[in-house]
Write a protein that binds this ligand. Structure first.
Ligand code: CP
Ligand code: NVA
Length: 323
């Protein structure tokens, strides 16, 4: 890949996204082959919001590649207040080999990437969650054996997770349907990008207010919390608006009989999804969470490796038997 950073799925060619997914499959199958690839490299992890999966998977992932991580809490850095994004970038690039950032405004992550000469990886912004989408499609690929032509239904809020699901689906030729209340659709810009890219890859991006229309015949049913981090003041109102968008068994049954259920987690059980669905044999949410680790190892490897580490090419990976 030619990009220095991993900020949004939109920033890549379809072949880049496919390559990273295949590399993730290879790393998952042969983790020891890569255990020294980022030897003694350090990843600084800037968190302005809470996390379980992102923190643990990046921390464990870099260690499994031979490196170290450094957790920087909101209280410590106080990004943009105690110190400017520019100054933080200029300090960190002198001491570490990569930055993972979870923040509010997507522009903050973009500025960090612009100012730092080292790779910057987006661990979630209000706009998108690209590492999540990599794990999501890795899970779909494992479960379904292919990605092109899959019907992927997202039901709930047209948020950061929905945006990245649309972007990656467009890159990989999936048919993504997003069902939201009228006032909570994905951004028009995100939809237009996904729609345009889909026409090149044979997929499609579709918006509706009708959860049943989205789920009808779907291979994958996906939901996320109704109140994202930073929106807590609005939680009560949002709960009322989103109630018809709960993923419960009566809704899920409109999907294909072998459909899978995904959720980026954390889940508010009994709100956006019922126990009956998330605990059913259709649910792959913990495999999906584990896949954050493998997908992000592929991303870190690709972006942070030194010139002495050679990764297999797409052709070589295919020769190794990857589809
Ligand atoms: N899915 C996800 O990003 O989880 P965390 O917020 O716990 O990192
Ligand atoms: N949409 C959620 C995702 C959490 C992983 C949020 O932004 O809080």
């Amino acid at each position: 890949m030619t990009n220095k950073d991993f900020l949004s799925i939109k920033d890549f060619f379809p072949s880049d996204i496919l390559y990273l997914l295949i590399l993730a499959r290879q790393i998952k199958a042969h983790p020891l082959s890569y255990c020294d690839a980022l030897k003694r490299e350090t990843l600084a992890m800037i968190f302005e919001k809470p996390s379980l999966r992102t923190r643990v998977s990046f921390d464990v992932g870099i260690q499994q590649l031979g490196g170290f991580s450094l957790y920087l809490s909101p209280a410590e850095i106080n990004l943009g207040k105690r110190e400017s994004v520019y100054d933080v970038a200029k300090n960190l690039e002198r001491m570490v080999q990569g930055i993972m950032i979870r923040t509010f405004a997507h522009e903050t992550a973009e500025q960090m990437a612009q100012y730092a000469c080292i790779p910057v990886i987006n661990g979630l912004t209000d706009y998108c969650h690209p590492c999540q989408a990599m794990a999501d499609y890795l899970t779909m690929w494992e479960a379904k054996g292919n990605l092109e032509g899959l019907k992927v239904a997202f039901v709930g809020d047209g948020n950061n997770v929905a945006h990245s699901l649309m972007f990656a689906g467009a890159q990989l030729g999936a048919h993504v349907w997003v069902a939201t209340p009228e006032d909570h659709q994905p951004s028009a810009e995100a939809f237009e990008w996904a729609h345009a890219r889909s026409t090149e890859t044979g997929g499609s991006c579709n918006l509706t207010y009708d959860p049943r229309m989205a789920v009808e015949g779907a291979d994958v049913v996906y939901t996320d919390v109704w109140t994202s981090m930073g929106q807590e003041e609005d939680a009560q109102r949002r709960e009322e608006e989103f109630r018809p968008y709960q993923v419960n068994m009566p809704l899920f049954r409109h999907a294909k009989p072998d459909a899978i259920f995904l959720h980026c987690l954390p889940a508010r059980r009994g709100k956006e999804v019922t126990d009956e669905v998330i605990d059913s044999p259709h649910s792959l949410v913990f495999q999906q969470a584990e896949n954050r680790l493998h997908a992000q190892k592929a991303i870190m490897l690709d972006l942070m490796k030194s010139e002495f580490v050679k990764l297999p090419t797409l052709m070589e990976l295919r020769e190794m038997g990857h589809p």
